[in-house]
Write a protein of this length. Structure first.
Length: 222
C-alpha cells in the first residue's frame, strides 16, 4: 500500500490557504508548497532584470531563465531566485502589484506548473500544495482536492491581519480583489471543479478549518 499523500488546495486571496495548508502539513508530516510564492519570486526576477511589466516577451524570458529554490518545510519559509533570497521581498506591496504580469501569461504559468509538478513528485512522503490551479491543472489526480473560500470582507480582514495592519484600504483591495480578477482570466478558482470539495471557511476559525481538512483526508483515505 502506498501511504504517500498529495493534497491540493485552491482558493482566492485571503481565504486562508497558506495557514491552513501549513497546519495540515504539520499534522500529517507532509511537505508544503506555496505556489503563489513562486509567481512572486518570478516578479522579482523580471524586475531585477529591468523588464517592464508590459513587456510580455521579457517577462516570459525572465521566467524561463529563472533559477528557483523553494523550501517545502511548513516551518521554514524561504525562496531564492537566481541565488538571491527574496523571502521577505515577495510579500511587499511592490511585488503584489507586479505579479499579475507573470500569473496572467500562459507561457509563464506553463513553465511554473512544470516546476510545481516536479516538486510535488519529489516529495517522498507526500505534500500539500496550494494556489489557484492546483486542483485542476497542477495536480488534478491529487488524493484530496479542495477549494477553500470565504466572503470578501473576511478575506481582506485576514490579509490585513497577516500584514500586521500596515496597509491602506486601497492597497488591501488591490492585493485581494484586483489580483483575483486578474488571475481569474486564466484560472477558475472560485467554483469547485468536478471531484473537488468546496469548503467555505467564512464562519470557521483556523483550527476548525484545519480540522475540516483533516476530516476530509480521513474520510477520503478510509
Amino acid at each position: 500500500m502506498n501511504d504517500r499523500l498529495v493534497i491540493a488546495i485552491d482558493g482566492p486571496s485571503g481565504s486562508g490557504k497558506s495557514t491552513t495548508s501549513k497546519g495540515v502539513a504539520r499534522a500529517l508530516g507532509l511537505a508544503y508548497l506555496d505556489t503563489g510564492a513562486m509567481y512572486r519570486a518570478i516578479a522579482c526576477a523580471y524586475l531585477d532584470a529591468g523588464v517592464d511589466p508590459s513587456d510580455t516577451a521579457g517577462v516570459i524570458a525572465a521566467t524561463l531563465g529563472a533559477k528557483l529554490e523553494v523550501s517545502t518545510d511548513p516551518d521554514v519559509e524561504k525562496i531564492l531566485v537566481n541565488g538571491t533570497d527574496v523571502t521577505e521581498r515577495i510579500r511587499s506591496q511592490e511585488i503584489s502589484t507586479k505579479v499579475s504580469a507573470v500569473s496572467t501569461v500562459p507561457e509563464c504559468r506553463a513553465d511554473l506548473v512544470a516546476r510545481q509538478r516536479a516538486i510535488i513528485d519529489a516529495a517522498p512522503n507526500g505534500i500539500i500544495a496550494e494556489g489557484r490551479d492546483i486542483t485542476t491543472v497542477v495536480a488534478p489526480d491529487a488524493d484530496v482536492r479542495l477549494l477553500l473560500t470565504a466572503d470578501p470582507e473576511i478575506r481582506m480582514a485576514r490579509r490585513k491581519r497577516d500584514l500586521g495592519g500596515a496597509i491602506d484600504a486601497s492597497s488591501l483591495a488591490d492585493q485581494v480583489l484586483r489580483r483575483d480578477r486578474d488571475d481569474s482570466k486564466l484560472v477558475n478558482f472560485t467554483t469547485a471543479a468536478d471531484g473537488v470539495t468546496h469548503l467555505d471557511c467564512t464562519e470557521l476559525s483556523l483550527e476548525e478549518t484545519i480540522q475540516a481538512v483533516l476530516d476530509l483526508v480521513a474520510a477520503t483515505r478510509g
